[in-house]
Design a protein around this ligand. Sequence first.
Ligand SMILES: [Zn+2]
Length: 290
Amino acid sequence: MVHVSKVTKKIGKYHSQIRRFRNQKKTVRIIHFLTHRGMKQHNRIHLQVFLRGLRLAFNEFIFPSVCTCCGDALSERDRYLCDTCLTFRFDMARQTDPLLLPDCVRSSFALWNFDKGEVLQDLLHMIKYQNIPQAGIELGQELGRQWLASGNATPNLVQKVLTCKEPKTGIYKQMCLVPVPLHQSKFRKRGYNQAEKIALGVTEQTEIPLVKDQSVIKTRKSISQTGLQLKQREKNVRGSFEVKIPQEIGNKIVFIIDDVFTTGATTFELAYELDRAGAQEIHILTVAIA
Ligand SMILES: [Zn+2]
C-alpha cells in the first residue's frame, strides 16, 4: 500500500509539471503573438521594453541587489560590492619592506590589511567558496586602480603603464599577470580560480594582459596553508608549480596575483619557478596582506 501511494504521488507531481509546462507554453505563445504578429513594429518594441522593465522590477522586488560585503542596497544591479565597502571599509595596507622579499621579487603591493575574523576575511572566504566570482573581479578592479594610483610601490613601472598610449603594444607586450594557479582537482570542485578573477579585474583597470591559460600550473595538490607555521607552509608548496609555456614568462615583467599575502610561502614559491623560467622582473599584487 505504501508503494502504491508513493507511485500515485509521483504521477500527480508529473501531471502538475506537465500542466505548468503547457501553461508556460500558452503564455509564451500569447507574448509571441503580441510582440511579433499582432502589432506594428514600434508598438512591438515599446511592449518588449515595457515587459523587460516589468521583469527587472519584479526581480528587484523579489531579489533586491545588495552588497555582498555589508548587505546595503546597491544602485547598479550587476554589481556585487558597494562603493562604501570598496573605498572606505578597509584599512589601506602597510606595504611589505622590499628587504623582506626574495632577491627575485622586485616589489609587493597589497590593497588592504587582512582583518582576521572580520568582514574582509568573510568576503574573501565567500569569493573563494560561495560561487561569486564577479565579486572577485570587482576586488581586482579596485586593486588595479589603487596600484596605478599608488605610484610609490613601483614608480617606474606605474609611470610606464600610465604613459603608454597604445595598449597591447610597447610595454604591455613585455608584461603579464600570473594568477596563483589552483590544482586541477580544486579548480574542478570550485568551478573557478578566485586569483584568476581578481587578475581579470586588474587587467580591466591596467590593460596588462593575463598570461595564456595553462602557461603556469599547479602540479601537486597541497593542503590548506591555514594554521601552518612558516617552515611547514614552505614545505607544503615546495615544487608544486610548473611553467608549462616558458615563452609566456621568459623576459617578461610578471605580476603574481593572489587574494591574500600571508607569509609569502605560496607567492614566493611561484616566484622562484617564474624566475627559473627566465622572468625579467617579478612583482606581487594581492587584495590583502595578513
Ligand atoms: Zn557594501
